[in-house]
Design a protein around this ligand. Sequence first.
Ligand SMILES: [Zn+2]
Length: 278
Amino acid sequence: MNIQMLCCGYIRVSETVPFGNAINLKNTARQLTEPERSRVTLPVFSYLIEHPRGPILVDGGWCRAVSPAGVYDPKAAASLLTPALAALYQPWVPEGMTVSEQLSARGLRPEDLSCAVLTHLDPDHVSGLRDLKGLEKIILPEDEYFWSCRTVYKARQPRSLWQDLPIERVYYRGSPLGPNRWAIDLFGDESVVLVNLPGHTDGQAGVLVRSGGRFVLLCADAAFSPRNWRQGLTPGYGFSRAMQLRSLHWIAEQERDPGCAAILCSHDAAITPQTIAW
Ligand SMILES: [Zn+2]
């Protein structure tokens, strides 16, 4: 099994986003107004799993429309997202780095993918899937879709970005995995399992990819860096700190498992894109 990490753009955010250790008005205000000099640049990773049943894409990064010239374009970002989300993320995706451009450089067409998996509906994970015309199926946990009606998610996850996508909603079921003991076994063989890791959103999934007795955990935005679970330091952007802590605790347990080959966060600035093979 192998997983290619695809860096599909960047965000330039307040450091309270990855390490704020609280979800409150003070951190939210900082995230919207943080001056340029004290922001940090974080990558936006998607993943391509080379699975025996065909390639599986996990998340889509930024779409081309958010950054037409490959640089941060406040006007384009504000019109695609909202002015507030543009101010929060300050997103850009250099030429050749959208998921669509990177798949095409590998000779892969969207219809060649077995499916895409969406960990949650935030725009830095969903918008790049809009560029994949011909993609047939996007798997999303029903719980993530269900709560998108909540006011806080309406503001975070503009519906226009994902309502027309070929999303197939799948229910979490009882499982020994995850802080909520809720998971979706994609093929019924434990090779790709979506594990509910709540806190960043209610329905967010981490993706556990297993082969030959070892596994890689793609923990999405449950953590932004190993610092989050090793130091019990919670990200300052999310929905519930109590749920974030439960998810971080479970991730820390996975790291201690001798079968753990790697744990990858969607926005870990310390990691360079690479292929994880095991
Ligand atoms: Zn994210």
